[in-house]
Design a protein around this ligand. Structure first.
Ligand code: CS2
Length: 405
């Protein structure tokens, strides 16, 4: 019997990243969990949970590492049982920033209606609820591995589960559970009809050849011998470099690019002015990184621009623009704070904030439905007397920080 990973959030990123690494590793299997929709399970179950992964430049490969996918709302207790099952050694997550039901200061949001409901029932809906109830039943060591773009993602999930367990009065043996921090990277757009047609697989996923994964070496039990994963003592330098430079520039290109009328990342970065500004933003972010030389960060920035230029990925700017109010704090505001404390100029990061606010104003003016968990608050901000100031409050950036950069 192979060892099992339970993975919550079976979207394209997971299917192009962890599933690929685990298949290559060869001795672990993955049981997937969908927290909401049955669509992925319905699609994959018709093809024995196998699907095509197209890594640009390689022959298409078949990923066969998924045992099956459970749809949590259909049987929440089954998910809790799977978290508690001793054959599960790792519970990993890719549920996006909003999937952790956090407050702006990264604590469990005890005003969130789903969290409040989950505290009262042992049939939860939220990722944190499943983790807490599962851990309360767990007798053997378990590693909870967050693979989302949050800084100190393991610490954040750990705190949220602690907050939940306290509020629900659950007893968890914390000595048996670990929450390594991790940094993940592989640009993976949503599946297009072209990809479905050319692979003959409606569940196909396409990704770039580049891939990176750095994990804090803090496993409570066994860990897969994943090739090309760096197991390190401290993920922070890697996570900062990636969030502040790659994701920071990505978000800038998405808002500025949409405003300029582009649809894809490669088009936005092909615009000389936007490219210069994205590069400038990365250089500003690079100044906040420690233990790296300017040559290293500049080489990283140039490599990122090259990845963004890839026309075959057809990465939609709107995919990146989603959930901006939750992404911006990690991608721009931490950098701005670091620069502000050293009184360094950050014109491109400031411009990025302006572009986001302009994007919000334009979306509201066009009556588009904002894809953001704070859509309601954004609408209120946009119609207020000082939209810029009120919007900046939503991403938690102080005016004094902006005065210093
Ligand atoms: C993107 C990321 O959608 C987004 O917000 O910035 O998904 C990005 O493509 C990945 O983090 C790359 O590893």
């Amino acid at each position: 019997m192979s060892k099992r990973i339970l993975h919550i959030g079976v979207g394209n990123f997971f299917r192009a990243h962890m599933a690929d690494y685990t298949q290559i590793e060869g001795t672990w299997s993955i049981l997937g969990i969908s927290l909401r929709s049955a669509a992925t399970r319905d699609g994959l179950s018709k093809q024995s949970y196998d699907y095509t992964l197209r890594i640009q430049g390689d022959a298409d490969k078949r990923i066969t590492v998924l045992e099956s996918v459970l749809v949590a709302p259909e049987n929440p207790l089954l998910v809790i049982t799977a978290v508690a099952d001793p054959e599960t050694h790792i519970v990993s997550l890719t549920v996006t920033e909003k999937g952790y039901t956090l407050t702006p200061d990264n604590r469990l949001d005890l005003n969130n209606l789903e969290v409040l409901e989950d505290l009262k029932t042992n049939c939860p809906k939220t990722a944190i609820g499943f983790l807490a109830y599962g851990l309360a039943r767990r007798k053997t060591p378990l590693t909870v591995l967050c693979c989302d773009n949050l800084s100190h993602n393991g610490d954040i999930v750990s705190r949220a589960v602690h907050d939940f367990a306290k509020a629900a009065e659950l007893e968890i043996d914390w000595t048996k559970v670990s929450f390594p921090n991790s940094m993940v990277d592989r640009i993976t757009p949503a599946t297009t009809d072209d990809l479905r047609d050319s692979t003959g697989d409606i569940m196909a996923v396409a990704t770039e050849p580049f891939s990176e994964w750095v994990i804090e070496d803090l496993f409570a039990g066994p860990r897969p011998n994943w090739a090309n994963v760096q197991f390190v003592k401290d993920v922070r330098p890697h996570e900062r470099r990636k969030l502040r430079m790659l994701n920071g520039a990505h978000s800038f290109l998405s808002y500025a690019g949409i405003l300029a009328g582009y649809e894809f990342v490669h088009q936005a970065v092909g615009d000389a002015q936007l490219r210069r500004q994205a590069h400038g933003l990365m250089r500003e972010a690079a100044q906040t990184l420690v233990d790296v030389t300017e040559e290293q960060t500049e080489a990283y920035a140039l490599a990122l621009l090259k990845r963004f230029e890839n026309p075959d990925l057809k990465h939609r700017l709107r995919q990146i623009a989603m959930d901006g109010s939750l992404k911006i704090p990690y991608r721009w505001c931490d950098t701005l704070r670091a620069l502000s404390s050293r009184r360094k100029a950050a014109p491109n990061l400031k411009l990025a904030l302006v572009r986001w606010t302009e994007f919000c104003l334009a979306e509201v003016a066009q009556k588009s439905i904002l894809q953001d968990p704070q859509a309601k608050e954004i609408n209120i901000a946009v119609t207020s007397q000082n939209p810029y100031e009120v919007l900046l409050k939503l991403v938690d950036i102080e005016a004094s920080v902006l005065d210093n950069v």
